[in-house]
Design a protein around this ligand. Structure first.
Ligand SMILES: Cc1ncc(C[n+]2csc(CCOP(=O)(O)OP(=O)(O)O)c2C)c(N)n1
Ligand SMILES: [Mg+2]
Length: 513
């Protein structure tokens, strides 16, 4: 078949079942924009290349399908790379397709020429430049397969513009070529045996099991075996306040299985466990483990761990901010929880101390956080992609005021595409997470460089055509959130700017209980 390179890419993506391509235009990829028309490949265009990758990342996490981002070469690619880091740490299946200077001009100082594959490589499972138009389809299928196979993660392909514009004789890969073979069974008798013999066993899962499907698998595993299974996906590790008193039970465990969870800084490289604890590192294929068959005998340990994780200070229930404000983050959480009560609701939490407060105070069937990368800024693209993946669900993004600035122009994308989420900005006019470090490490007299304006982010949102609410006093919160939720339910994204108290996020230990 005679095909243009760009048509191979667009038709290949369509054949792989790609439902959206998250993109920002540029000279090198306009042929793919053109080819997308005939391939009926929907393009969703954003305001910054990193946002395209963040959307692909959230899409991958929520749907399990590969999230596809398409950007232009040189600076467009460089902008996109920062977001690969988050997807890589979160083990999210993403393919980044970047336009690239034409092969026949390389080394001559071509427009936006750059060693793109090399630049993306440290944040990818694999990263390469396509070398001939004839293999474009094969390269694309391989990238899509690799993103999902084994431990998922981002894969990058650079697409030289002369290859995209060339006419060649080529066949599109078959549909099944875009998908990996199903993984082999993860059953490991030795691991099951160690868990069964343990008095206080724990299974700690990595971020690839943090989505709703992974959590359902882990719940099933707990039911069959009585072994508590916990997902750890936060850069705060055992200090993640949404895991309550996990640090204490972790220190008491005698056998710990790390299922796709790295023994990294979040577990203090292993120092989070007791000295004589047996630690087994395994892959994330827990889905096969409950096949252990019969239900195991239960011990009170499972309930002990569950209640440790559920621990929150009793005084949070009645905690009240001063009537004149600012609002305590716990009170924000209590009010926002009502928006997340709906089935399939999605909580997006990002950025700084406020993001930690949100994670500690809020529960939702789906949760997307910035993950082990600890990189702030992705919340608005994440929320937009969540609304696209689960259109009927309530999506709430909680983020700090500093974090809001990274991708605030994505409110344009949300309004334009009717991706009606509610975002709640915890506005303490400060990069508070770092301010807290200064207070602890250097003292109040040496705190500097972290002030922000008490800006009206609700008005920023209104400027893009979204609904905006501003809250200074706790008494205004419930009604403002209600109005925001009704704007969202009629298709208009909403931004609630809440002036909050500048507090450090909580860290729980048994002595506090
Ligand atoms: C990309 C990136 N840049 C910088 C940081 C360091 N950092 C972590 S939290 C934070 C402050 C965030 O401020 P804000 O969003 O206002 O939340 P707050 O801590 O004030 O609640 C900063 C600068 C980071 N984690 N990621
Ligand atoms: Mg702040």
């Amino acid at each position: 078949m005679r095909l243009r390179g760009a048509d191979i890419i667009a038709r290949g993506l369509a054949r792989a079942g790609t439902r959206h391509v998250f993109t920002l235009s540029g000279n090198h990829v306009m042929s793919v924009f053109d080819a997308a028309l005939d391939a009926k490949l929907p393009l969703l265009h954003v305001r910054h290349e990193a946002a395209a990758v963040h959307m692909a990342d959230a899409w991958g996490r929520l749907t399990g399908e590969v999230g596809v981002a398409l950007v232009t070469g040189g600076p467009g690619h460089a902008n996109a790379v920062s977001a690969l880091y988050t997807a890589f740490a979160a083990e999210s299946p993403v393919v980044l397709l970047s336009g690239h200077a034409p092969l026949n001009e390389l080394g001559k100082g071509a427009f936006q020429e750059m060693a793109q594959a090399e630049m993306a490589a440290p944040a990818c499972k694999a990263s390469w430049t396509v070398r001939s138009a004839e293999t474009l389809g094969e390269d694309l299928a391989r990238a899509m397969r690799m993103a999902k196979a084994g431990r998922p993660g981002p894969v990058h392909l650079s697409l030289p513009s002369d290859l995209l514009e060339a006419q060649v004789d080529a066949e599109l890969p078959a549909k099944e070529d875009f998908f990996p073979e199903p993984g082999s069974s993860g059953v490991n008798e030795e691991i099951l045996d160690a868990l069964q013999k343990a008095k206080k066993p724990l299974l700690i899962a990595g971020p690839a099991l943090g989505n709703a499907r992974g959590r359902a698998v882990l719940r099933q595993f707990e039911e069959t075996t009585g072994v508590p299974a916990v997902v750890m996906e936060s850069p705060r590790g055992v200090n993640d306040p949404c895991l309550g008193l996990l640090a204490d039970v972790l220190a008491a465990a005698d056998v710990v299985v790390l299922a796709g969870k790295r023994r990294d800084f979040t577990l203090r490289f292993g120092a989070a466990f007791a000295k004589n604890c047996k630690v087994i590192e395994a892959d994330a294929a827990v889905n096969h483990w409950p096949a252990a068959g019969k239900t195991w005998a239960k011990s009170p340990w499972l309930e002990e761990v569950r209640s440790a994780i559920a621990f929150r200070p009793a005084q949070w229930k009645s905690l009240a901010s001063r009537p004149e404000g600012p609002v305590h983050p716990v009170e924000v959480g209590r009010a926002v929880q009502k928006l997340l009560a709906a089935p399939e609701a999605v909580l997006v939490a990002d950025g700084g101390e406020f993001g930690q407060w949100a994670q500690a105070t809020l529960q939702a069937p789906h949760r997307i956080i910035n993950g082990p990368a600890g990189s702030i800024g992705a919340a608005l693209p994440f929320a937009a992609a969540a609304k696209l993946a689960l259109p009927g669900s309530n999506v709430v993004a909680m983020l700090g005021d500093g974090t809001f600035g990274f991708h605030s122009s994505e409110i344009d994308t949300a309004v334009r595409c009717e991706l009606a989420y509610v975002t709640v900005v915890g506005n303490d006019s400060c990069w508070n997470a770092e301010y807290q470090i200064q207070l602890r490490s250097y003292g109040a007299a040496r705190a500097h460089g972290l002030e922000l304006l008490p800006a009206r982010y609700d008005r920023v949102a209104r400027g893009f055509g979204a609904h905006g609410e501003h809250v200074e006093r706790p008494g205004e919160l419930a009604a403002a959130l209600q109005r925001a939720a009704s704007a969202a339910s009629s298709g208009r994204p909403a931004c609630v700017n809440v002036m909050i108290e500048r507090l450090p996020a909580p860290v729980f230990r048994r002595r506090d209980a």
